[in-house]
Ligand binder design. Structure first.
Ligand code: GDP
Length: 295
C-alpha cells in the first residue's frame, strides 16, 4: 500500500540522517523533498504546502527541546502530522438507533454495494448486530441482484422491491420491515452515477431527508486520486455526511485521497476496503496508516 509514497518519504527523510543537528538549510531541503513526495502521491497542492510548513516550523521549534537525532526527530514530526492530517483519533460509527439506519452514498462503481455487504458482515460478526440490507438502486436491476448475491454470501437478508421506482418509498419500507422483524441495523445501498449530477444528488438528498439516518457514509474509490476529493466535497455539500469509506486501497493507489480527504471535507475516514471479498474491510486508524507509510 502506498509503496511509492513510502519510498519517496523515506528518501526525503534520509537527507537528515547523517546530520548532527537540524539547521534551517537542511530542514528546508528535507521539507522540499517531503512536499514533492506528497504531490507525486496526488495530494492537493495547498494541503501539501501547509503540511510542509507545519513540519518545518515544528522541526525548528522542537530541535532545542529534544534528545532525538535530527533524522529521528523529522520522522516523528512527519508521522505525527500525517496522522493528524488523516484524522487523528479513530472514529466509530453511530449505532444508537433502534434500528440504526446507515445510508450509503457515492458514485457508481465506487464500491457501495460491496462495502454494504462488508459492513453488514462486520457488524454481524464483530458487533453481534442483526443487520438488514436494503436495495434502493431503482435504475439497475443488476445492482439489486448483486446485493442479493452479497446477502446470500454473508447470510444477511436483503429487502428489495424490483417493481418499485421510488427509492424513498423502498428505503422507508425497508426500515419498517426491519422494525417488524427485529433487525437492529439497516444498511441502505443507493444508486450512484458515473459522475456527480443533479438528479443523483436530488435523489440521495430526498432519501436522506426522508429517513434521517444515524449515519451517512460516503464511499469513494481511492484509485481516483484528486477526483476522489472533489467528489467527496460535492456529496458533503449536499449530505453533510458523517464519514468516508475509502475503497480499493489494495490497488495501485498513490494514496493522495487517503491523505487529503479529511482536511478537505473535515470528516473522518471510518473504514477502508482492501479487496473484493467480504472480509476485506478494516477500521481506519490514521496513526497505523502513518506508521505504514513511513515504514
Ligand atoms: P457500486 O456501483 O458503488 O455499488 O460498486 P460495486 O460494489 O459494484 O463495486 C465496483 C467494483 O469494485 C466491483 O467489481 C467490486 O468487486 C470492486 N471493489 C469494491 N471494493 C473493492 C476493494 O476494496 N478492492 C478491490 N480491489 N475491488 C473492490
Amino acid at each position: 500500500m502506498f509503496d511509492n509514497l513510502s519510498e519517496k518519504l523515506d528518501k526525503a527523510l534520509h537527507v537528515l540522517k547523517g546530520h548532527g543537528q537540524i539547521t534551517e538549510i537542511n530542514v528546508a531541503e528535507t521539507t522540499k523533498e517531503v512536499r514533492r513526495a506528497l504531490l507525486d502521491a496526488d495530494v492537493n497542492f495547498k494541503i501539501a504546502k501547509e503540511f510542509t510548513n507545519r513540519v518545518k516550523e515544528k522541526a525548528l521549534g522542537q530541535n532545542v527541546l529534544t534528545t532525538l537525532q535530527p533524522g529521528q526527530l523529522m520522522v516523528k514530526i512527519v508521522k505525527d502530522e500525517l496522522t493528524e492530517l488523516m484524522g487523528g483519533e479513530t472514529e466509530g460509527i453511530n449505532l444508537s438507533g433502534n434500528p440504526s439506519v446507515i445510508l450509503m452514498s457515492g458514485l457508481q462503481g465506487s464500491g457501495k454495494t460491496t462495502f454494504s455487504g462488508k459492513l453488514a458482515n462486520f457488524l454481524k460478526k464483530k458487533k453481534s448486530k442483526n443487520p438488514l440490507l436494503v436495495a434502493c438502486d431503482v435504475y439497475r436491476p443488476a445492482a439489486i441482484d448483486q446485493l442479493h448475491v452479497v446477502g446470500d454470501q454473508i447470510g444477511v437478508e436483503v429487502y428489495s422491491d424490483k417493481g418499485n421506482s421510488d427509492p424513498v418509498a423502498i428505503a422507508k419500507a425497508g426500515i419498517d420491515h426491519a422494525k417488524q422483524n427485529g433487525y437492529n441495523v439497516v444498511i441502505i445501498d443507493t444508486a450512484g452515477r458515473l459522475a456527480v449530477d443533479e438528479k443523483m444528488m436530488d435523489e440521495i438528498s430526498d432519501i436522506h431527508k426522508a429517513i434521517q439516518p444515524q449515519e451517512t457514509l460516503f464511499v469513494v474509490d481511492s484509485m481516483t486520486g484528486q477526483d476522489a476529493v472533489n467528489t467527496a466535497k460535492a456529496f458533503n455539500d449536499i449530505l453533510n455526511f458523517d464519514g468516508v469509506i475509502l475503497t480499493k486501497l489494495d490497488g495501485d493507489t498513490r494514496g493522495g485521497a487517503a491523505i487529503s480527504i479529511k482536511s478537505v471535507v473535515d470528516k473522518p475516514i471510518k473504514f477502508i476496503g482492501t479487496g473484493e471479498k467480504m472480509e476485506a474491510i478494516d477500521v481506519f486508524h490514521p496513526s497505523r496508516m502513518a506508521d505504514r507509510i513511513l515504514g
